[in-house]
Design a binder for this molecule. Structure first.
Ligand code: COA
Length: 335
């Protein structure tokens, strides 16, 4: 049995160090624009108490969530976030070479949602979905880096979800967690430097599919305790791997932008890694768990609050159903 088939499965699916070192590229890899979109309709913890045996205190204490958003569509929210990112980057949509959309709640089972978003933006470039659940946006970022190795210059990496379509808001385990939203980033390659991708790590453990999944036409089913336990383990593993590959220690990181699932997952992993919540971007309280959208939503919030500045070392780290996990360390270029 390989590590990847074992119970907590911190396997060998990540790229070898040699590939990582060569694969990050000598050029600039800069996020020049970030956009966020949330639907208008707010579903608070208090709202849930109307039909669920729960309390606002319990949900906030056990998860860190006060409210989440519902409504809208994955393509609609993705397009809105992408337009904001493009405007901030001062990039015309027609200059985009590729649209990568990470989602676990696409508009249709088939086709993917990315072509619809590209079409809304007036684009006919390549467009495809990434289905890596809550790690999807970081997977997308690494795929974007790979496409830049092939010569592409500007790529939209979007995370968008309408999880209300696969969430049972009467279920005490999942209904308290999930919400809708989208975040988008314009990632640009430049020969003159700017930001840089320093290292990355991708992994999966398909033997854990049963702890968080949705069958066709059904809602999300979850073993919350096991997801919690596995998440704390894989975050630490992926963070350590990316740090090692970049030749950095946790003290070198200025800001971590983790997947926003449950604040206690992050706190627990950080305690073990010796990392500070003060250097962590969190929007979970206002958004709930928005799966692939959560990291770019937290990035936008961090940007608006002046928490990402040129030269900063920023770590993105995702984990979720699959299980999948992904981390990337970026020297922030920005504009
Ligand atoms: N409101 C009030 N009480 C609740 C409740 C709710 N929504 N859900 C469970 N409880 C009660 C249980 O009945 C149990 O009561 P008991 O001790 O009297 O039997 C107690 O709270 C503990 O239940 P448990 O299921 O062990 O809760 P938990 O501490 O594991 O918290 C989650 C449940 C879902 C919040 C938690 O497991 C979690 O967040 N897991 C990770 C999920 C996640 O992040 N998924 C996405 C990953 S990308």
């Amino acid at each position: 049995m390989t590590d990847n088939q074992s119970g907590n499965s911190l396997g060998t699916q990540t790229s070898p160090d040699g590939v990582t070192a060569a694969g990050v590229g000598p050029w600039g890899f800069t996020i020049t624009g970030v956009g966020a979109a949330l639907p208008d309709k707010v579903l608070t913890n208090h709202d849930l108490t109307a039909w669920m045996d729960t309390t606002d205190d319990w949900i906030r204490e056990r998860t860190g969530i006060s409210e989440r958003r519902i409504g809208g569509s994955t393509s609609g929210l993705a397009t809105e976030a992408a337009r904001i990112a493009l405007a901030e980057a001062s990039v015309d949509a027609t200059d985009i070479d590729q649209v990568i959309l990470a989602t676990t709640s696409p508009d249709y089972i088939c086709p993917g949602t990315a072509p619809a978003v590209a079409n809304e933006l007036g684009l006919q470039c390549g467009a495809f979905d990434v289905q890596a659940a809550c790690s999807g946006w970081v997977y997308g970022l690494i795929v974007a880096n790979g496409l830049m190795l092939q010569g592409m210059n500007r790529i939209l990496v979007i995370g968008a979800e309408s999880l209300d379509r696969i969430t049972d808001y009467h279920d005490r385990g999942t209904g308290i967690l999930f919400g809708n939203g989208a975040g988008a980033a314009v990632v640009e390659r430049s020969e003159t430097g700017g930001g840089r991708l320093l290292s990355w790590d991708l992994g999966s453990a398909g033997n854990l599919v049963h702890i968080l999944y949705a069958e066709h036409g059904d809602v999300l089913k979850m073993d919350g305790k096991e997801v919690f336990r596995q998440a704390v383990t894989v975050i630490q593993h992926s963070a350590k791997t990316s740090l090692e590959r970049a030749g950095l220690t946790i003290d070198d990181i200025d800001l971590v932008i983790p997947h926003q699932a449950n604040v206690r997952i992050v706190e627990s992993a950080w305690r073990k890694l010796g990392f500070s919540m003060d250097k962590t971007a969190m929007v979970l309280e206002r958004t709930g768990n928005t799966s692939a959208a959560s990291i770019p939503l937290a990035l936008k919030d961090a940007e608006l609050n002046g928490r990402v500045n040129p030269g900063d070392t920023v770590m993105f780290i995702g984990f979720g159903a699959g299980m999948t996990w992904a981390s990337a360390i970026v020297e922030w270029g920005g504009q």
